[in-house]
Design a protein around this ligand. Structure first.
Ligand SMILES: NC(=O)C1=CN([C@@H]2O[C@H](COP(=O)(O)OP(=O)(O)OC[C@H]3O[C@@H](n4cnc5c(N)ncnc54)[C@H](OP(=O)(O)O)[C@@H]3O)[C@@H](O)[C@H]2O)[C@@H](O)CC1
Ligand SMILES: [K+]
Length: 499
């Protein structure tokens, strides 16, 4: 898996890599620029005139190299330099020197903005070297570029965005950020969505072993990581091999949640799916999801204090969708935590009940996965000012209670008891729809029931769920609903080449 390291460690990483490979830093910059151009030519046609803004550090050096390479590919390019080129970094200067004479170069301070035009703005002003908020001429430039009607693309990082912290002040508002080798952590924060734009990661050839010495252990979960996590089944596999799971939840008016989680478990591959719901749910479930078996608790409208009988029948449980927060249901949850020693996902009202009955937190452990969205997590662990703080609190929570947490959102964070923090890459905004979380619960429960470890089940569940959302979004766009995501689960296996 691709490791994410702090921006301040990038220089050290580069130095180790180029020393070991016996290449120059200029060559590495060329590799980065080529990787950017490979992506760029697929997106933007040469009819568009390009304005490349270069600082005088290595981000600016990238900008210079990219200008040359795109010019060679037939683009009309103009270069604008921010800062004093005489004070530039070594590789900035080298790339400045080899810039073809046919490319016009101007200092930003000399630009007459009145007649200025460009269809595409490429930002190579500052990258991971940023160490303070933008001010003065830098700030003026970025504000101007943000208001200019052009396509905006950032090299490595949008100028102004710190690589690992929350933005203070202003930054370049990129429509695309093409980041080298790994996503800088701040590109994954929801607060930065309008600065990062669409995130593209381009491999520049630095293999994973060069990252290993860096802390903390943060990773980016990508498509290539998923197939090897999957088990293979053969012609003689029977439904027992695919696991027997139970989804526990539902209350009057919220039976859809447990129904969707159950269908998602079936579509993910569970051999047998049972539901445990209040009495009022039996007809809903039996008629709308005939593949599931249903057991009911005594009460009509909510789950009473008695958990299902004979829990050892199940390979995994998923608890919480639509469950409500009745005090008797809280007792049932406590009983479940006492009695059931297999793997379990706790979501939605299950999490809310943990938050309102904090003594239950001490019953969590390695076999349990919690799947809170931001607000649910804050109910568990206290308010957070921003995602940076939330990431730290998630890590602390997992260390204390030794369970897995999946903090849902764009780039869901999977924090594991082994101390790793893993950010997901799949998914899109169309996943932000009622019931999508219930679908995820069903999927992870299914993987647990199929014998995947909590970490494998979390990785596979989150990645497949995001991919199903992408596939559903392609067809249904803003009209995507949770059932569309479920319908696309089988296709995610196909996309990943898994039988
Ligand atoms: N492996 C990789 O990922 C590779 C990375 N590469 C590229 O290198 C980039 C990093 O380059 P970099 O280290 O030279 O820093 P960069 O961002 O150009 O800043 C330059 C200088 O600006 C200054 N400065 C700071 N804050 C400021 C502010 N607010 N306003 C004004 N000035 C400010 C500060 O100097 P100071 O003023 O503090 O002396 C800083 O040193 C990286 O993002 C990627 O594009 C590739 O080429 C190869 C492979
Ligand atoms: K930049």
């Amino acid at each position: 898996m691709q490791q994410i390291i702090p921006g301040k460690s990038v220089k050290e990483l580069d130095a180790a890599f180029i020393k070991d490979k016996g290449i120059t830093s200029y060559k590495l910059m060329e590799q980065a620029a080529l990787a950017f151009c490979d992506w760029f030519v697929e997106q933007i046609s040469p009819e568009n005139d390009l304005a490349v803004f270069c600082g005088t550090g290595n981000n600016g050096g990238d900008g210079m190299a990219i200008s040359r390479l795109l010019w060679e590919r037939g683009y009309s390019v103009k270069v604008f330099i921010m800062g004093d080129p005489a004070n530039g970094s070594k590789d900035f200067k080298l790339n400045h020197e080899v810039l073809p004479e046919a490319i016009p170069v101007q200092l930003v301070e000399n630009v007459n903005w009145e007649n200025w035009k460009a269809k595409v703005i490429i930002d190579g002003v500052l990258g991971v070297g940023i160490n303070r908020p933008l001010e003065g001429a830098y700030l003026d430039l970025i504000k101007r570029l943000n208001n200019f009607p052009a396509k905006r693309i950032a090299i490595d990082m949008p100028t102004g965005l710190p690589s690992d912290e929350i933005l203070e002040g202003e930054a370049f508002k990129a429509m695309f950020t093409v980041s080298f080798q790994f996503p800088k952590m701040a590109l994954l924060f929801p607060e930065h969505a309008s600065y990062t734009g669409e995130l593209v990661i381009k491999d520049i050839g630095i293999s994973p072993d060069y990252f290993e010495t860096f802390e903390p252990k943060m990773y980016y979960l990508e498509k290539k990581d998923i197939p090897e996590l999957h088990k293979s089944f053969d012609r003689f596999s029977h439904k027992g091999n695919f696991g027997k799971v139970m989804l526990i939840g539902g209350s009057y008016g919220k039976m859809g949640a447990v129904r969707m989680a159950s269908e998602a478990a079936l579509r993910t591959g569970s051999g047998l799916v049972s539901c445990f719901v209040p009495r009022c749910g039996i007809q809903v479930l039996q008629s709308s999801l005939p593949e599931a078996m249903v057991e009911v608790s005594e009460q009509d409208h909510y789950l009473d204090e008695y958990p299902p009988d004979n829990l050892t029948r199940y390979d995994a449980l998923g608890v919480g969708p639509g469950m409500g927060q009745h005090s008797k249901t809280a007792i049932m949850l406590e009983e479940l935590l006492k009695l059931y020693k297999g793997p379990m996902v706790i979501d939605a009202d299950g999490i809310n009940l943990l938050a309102s009955h904090p003594h239950l937190l001490n019953m969590l452990g390695h076999n349990i996965i919690l799947t809170p969205h931001l607000k649910e997590f804050e109910r568990l662990a206290g308010a957070c000012a921003h995602q940076r703080e939330r990431v730290d609190k998630v890590a602390e929570f997992v260390e204390k209670f030794q369970c897995t947490i999946i903090l849902k959102g764009a780039h869901s964070l999977i924090a594991c008891p082994d101390g790793t923090l893993n950010f997901n890459s799949s998914g899109n905004a169309y996943l932000a729809t009622g019931g999508a979380g219930d679908v995820l619960t069903g999927m992870i429960t299914s993987f647990l029931g199929q014998g995947y470890s909590p970490k494998e089940a979390a990785f596979c569940g989150v990645y497949h769920h995001g991919l199903a959302g992408e596939l559903a979004g392609k067809v249904n766009r803003r009209g995507t609903i949770a059932s569309d995501i479920i319908a696309k689960i089988p296709q995610t296996y196909l996309q990943l080449g898994i039988h």
